[in-house]
Write a protein that binds this ligand. Structure first.
Ligand code: SF4
Length: 81
């Protein structure tokens, strides 16, 4: 089961949801700045990674950064075999 209680504690609860689905790089930086001090940043990032959420800023990471993290996890899992 995916525990999503942490969502109620995120800094983004005070922001319009669209802030976290920016259409350009400036918007991504604005969203990431809000995430910076978020008390549930780690849970948020993990939620996005585990659920393969492609769009938006989650846990202070852009879509591209999460793709990179997922790729590096696949590499390290493969290396452990
Ligand atoms: S890390 Fe960012 S997107 Fe995630 S809950 Fe916190 S403020 Fe919201």
């Amino acid at each position: 089961m995916d525990d999503t209680e942490w969502m109620a504690k995120g800094n983004c609860r005070f922001e319009p949801p669209a802030t976290f689905f920016p259409s350009d790089g400036v918007g991504v930086e604005i969203a990431k700045r809000i995430c910076e001090t978020c008390p549930v940043k780690a849970q948020c990032l993990e939620h996005a990674l585990v659920n393969r959420i492609d769009h938006g800023v989650w846990g202070g990471t852009s879509e591209r950064q999460r793709r990179r993290i997922l790729k590096s996890r696949r590499v390290s899992v493969g290396a452990g075999r």
